[in-house]
Design a protein around this ligand. Sequence first.
Ligand SMILES: Nc1ncnc2c1ncn2[C@@H]1O[C@H](COP(=O)(O)OP(=O)(O)O)[C@@H](O)[C@H]1O
Ligand SMILES: [Mg+2]
Length: 332
Amino acid sequence: MTGRGTGAPGPGAGAIRHPERSEGSPSRAIARTDLPLPVVRRGKVRDVYAVGDDRVLLVATDRVSAFDVVMAEAIPHKGAVLTQLTAWWLRRLDGIVAHHLLTADVDEIVREIPVLAPHRALLARRAMVCVRTEVYPVECVVRGYLSGSAWKEYRERGTLAGEPLPPGLRESERFDPPRFSPATKAEQGHDENIPPSQVAELLGAERAAELERLAHAVYAAGRDAAAERGIIIADTKFEFGARDGRTLLIDEVLTPDSSRFWPADGYAPGSGQPSFDKQPLRDWLDAERRAGRWDGDAPAPTLPPEVVRATSLRYLDAYRRLTGAELDPAPS
Ligand SMILES: Nc1ncnc2c1ncn2[C@@H]1O[C@H](COP(=O)(O)OP(=O)(O)O)[C@@H](O)[C@H]1O
Ligand SMILES: [Mg+2]
């Protein structure tokens, strides 16, 4: 199980009314869904339902996790940002990679799956119907810059997943070329960085080479598109799955939850960079930890409304910066 968000009781009980109206639309943050379809899995953020044998309904809730702990509070608009940004990227990636998205249009979803009609308002913007795949048990991370867990390991040992990197690299330094930096998919706790050779041991050399090639291609396309909007994609995580012998890009793609986004104009290696993701949340939790009020394990402390609001605005801002458009207001 993945933390408190999954333990919330029945339908509606996971809905948190946000104290303020933000960005002009009434917001009702959703921590959990309970739809009349078989549950495949409840992840940290998404509730996954089966649609027949060959499709899944992915519903991005407004749950937020940080340091691998799911918060009790939900973040208004977050699920919509993750789903709509993924759909936006996947439209741009047509021709570069085969992917799982069938539709993220709520009218189409409800037409295809009529039992969902009473849940239309809940599903709007946050749900997508996808090809169901067998998920490869590897997180395909591509790092364009030295940051996060890679920087931590490098600083301590001069390595990445145990393999030596050139000496003298600074925090946030650019890798040229970007590095394929896979990780295990841990059911619980932290994913572990593994050397690319270990992917070949898990999946065979051919499949491993395919995932590495695809991950690089998608990262490069994302990096170039983001650069035009003044954003650096420092690193990002992809998942792939198999369907009828084909490899598909699945899950969320190039979102603030799966990537580090930095403003290009202030970029300066030698320290951490400000990022357009849940940084306000991480900073607040870090301060709680330093003050001895949180031990770093679930349950996390109760988030103050201003942290919830700042995090919500960050997600909306990431969407706006990348796509150049506002997230469509929720249909009423
Ligand atoms: N097309 C697909 N077929 C099967 N599983 C998928 C597909 N796309 C995404 N998934 C899975 O759905 C889950 C998404 O939920 P999420 O909250 O992101 O989980 P996690 O806590 O593992 O990150 C992940 O386990 C992911 O592997
Ligand atoms: Mg995930």
